[in-house]
Design a binder for this molecule. Structure first.
Ligand code: MLT
Ligand code: ZN
Length: 460
């Protein structure tokens, strides 16, 4: 470790675990995006808040940029370190610090995996309801920094709704203790909510107090085959009216074909254009009867042409795998990914417009649509045709993004629903936020991080 700046850091913090091992630089320098070549200066693994503060103060003096690093499961390049940054991994700060049965809160360090938080909640017969497929690898600090959404937002909201308190080290190394678990706190600007979703550009989350809630009563999972998007919207309206929804997700025949190629079991005999996986409360015979009546009405109206209700936990998990396995089944194709949102009512018209533009310009593209349709959140993954070289594919995908941004603007949507801006969507921020908003965001960053060391180049 010859870099004089690192030697100074070691002198200041002799107990700090620091790595310049090429394997670590490669591993910790990237997230689930694969566009950038990792090139961090080193990886620091602080063990406590005091070490995080000392690292940030050193970085200010040494003019070294910091990339805060959780599970790096993000899809927007927010945790990429490609320019000699110090990656601050929260891997070692992964403990549960306390549970309060009266407040129903769990206090945790930022490096704990989402799945471990969910498990701890269950041990207290409660639930932490934010959930998505990366639950085993992502970390709660990253979930907070990106305001992670996922498959149960329709019922429980985003991560933001569940953060009762936050300890944050600012870009200057100050420690803030925000909201302290208070349910009501009308004392001015809520800085906690500024940090949530700030993508590591204001500071580092070093501790979180999370609200837990009662688990839902018994639920049922249903897979529905749907002939058209307009019909799918009617199914959604009917489901929201009659069922207590936990999730309402969709995918297309293209998505299902990739999942089944990776071992997923299609329960239907024929291919259908769209599929819905929905989970809802079904604690008693009356609720189960209502679910059946919902299904029968959808079939009678022609909105649904086939369906399966899971009759066991194993079958429910298998139906969920058809939706949750999509990302993994596409990964080997290195898809061009997009995560967008429009108002729920605008989904069919938006998809129609995009479909028309895509088939007119790129009829050979394998376009895979899936996502959280009950939130108006769509994931569009484009796969490279075998005959096309990589460079041409990237250029054509940039054109797809331009079409997408324009279509979103016409439909009043957003270029990022839940994956964040990071590096991937940064060029397009101005299409969804006004110059005045961006100027305010820059001003806020300058106050929290006057030397611009916190995750520079991301978001703004
Ligand atoms: C999902 O909903 O499965 C995730 O956002 C991951 C993805 O978009 O690939
Ligand atoms: Zn998603």
């Amino acid at each position: 470790m010859t870099d004089t700046r690192l030697s100074e850091l070691i002198r200041l913090l002799p107990g700090l675990r620091l790595s310049t091992d090429p394997g670590d630089l490669e591993h910790y320098g990237r997230d689930w995006t694969r566009r950038w070549t990792p090139a961090p200066l080193a990886i620091a693994f602080p063990a406590d808040i005091a070490q995080v503060q000392a690292i940030v103060r050193w970085a200010n003096g040494a003019s070294v940029a910091i990339v805060p690093s959780g599970g790096r499961t993000g899809l927007s390049g927010g945790a990429v370190a490609a320019h000699g940054e110090l990656v601050v991994s929260l891997d070692r700060m992964n403990r549960i610090l306390g549970f309060d049965p009266i407040d129903r809160t769990l206090t945790v360090q930022p490096g704990i995996a989402l799945e471990a938080v969910q498990k701890a909640a269950r041990e207290h017969r409660l639930t932490y309801p934010v959930d998505f497929a990366a639950r085993g690898s992502c970390q709660i600090g990253g979930n907070i920094a990106t305001n992670a959404g996922g498959i149960r937002v329709i019922r429980y909201g985003n991560t933001r709704q569940w953060v009762a308190g936050l300890k944050v080290v600012t870009g200057q190394g100050d420690l803030l203790d925000l909201n302290r678990g208070l349910v009501k706190n009308a004392s001015g600007y809520d800085l906690r909510h500024l940090v949530i979703g700030s993508e590591g550009t204001l500071g580092i989350v070093v501790e979180a107090t999370l609200w837990l809630t009662s688990p839902p009563p018994e639920t049922q999972v249903m897979l529905l085959a749907v002939p058209a998007m307009d019909a799918l919207m009617k199914v959604f309206a009917e489901a929201r009216h009659r069922l207590r929804l936990e999730a309402f997700e969709f995918f297309t025949d293209r998505a299902l074909s990739h999942v089944t190629a990776h071992g997923g079991q299609d329960p239907f005999d024929t291919v259908h254009p769209y599929y819905v996986v929905t989970e809802f409360e079904a604690p008693d015979e009356a609720a189960k009867g209502e679910a059946l009546a919902f299904f029968e009405r959808c079939v009678a109206e022609g909105w649904v042409v086939d369906g399966v209700i899971a009759s066991s936990d194993a079958q429910a998990a298998a139906l969920w795998r058809l939706r949750e396995g999509i990302t993994e089944s596409l990964a080997t194709h290195k898809p061009y990914k997009n995560d967008v949102s429009v108002r729920i009512s605008a989904v069919p018209a938006f998809m129609d417009d995009m479909h028309r533009l895509l088939t007119a310009s790129y009829p050979d593209f394998d376009v895979v649509w899936f996502g959280h349709i009950g939130d108006g959140n769509l994931h569009i993954n484009v796969l490279k045709p075998a005959a096309l070289d990589n460079e041409a594919f990237v250029a054509q995908c940039e054109h797809v993004t331009a079409m997408l941004v324009d279509t979103l603007r016409r439909h009043g949507g957003s270029i990022s629903a839940e994956h964040g801006i990071g590096l991937v969507k940064k060029p397009w921020l101005g299409s969804v936020r006004s110059p005045e908003e961006i100027a305010l965001m820059r001003g806020i960053k300058a106050v929290w991080d006057p030397n611009g060391i916190m995750n520079p180049g991301k978001l703004l």
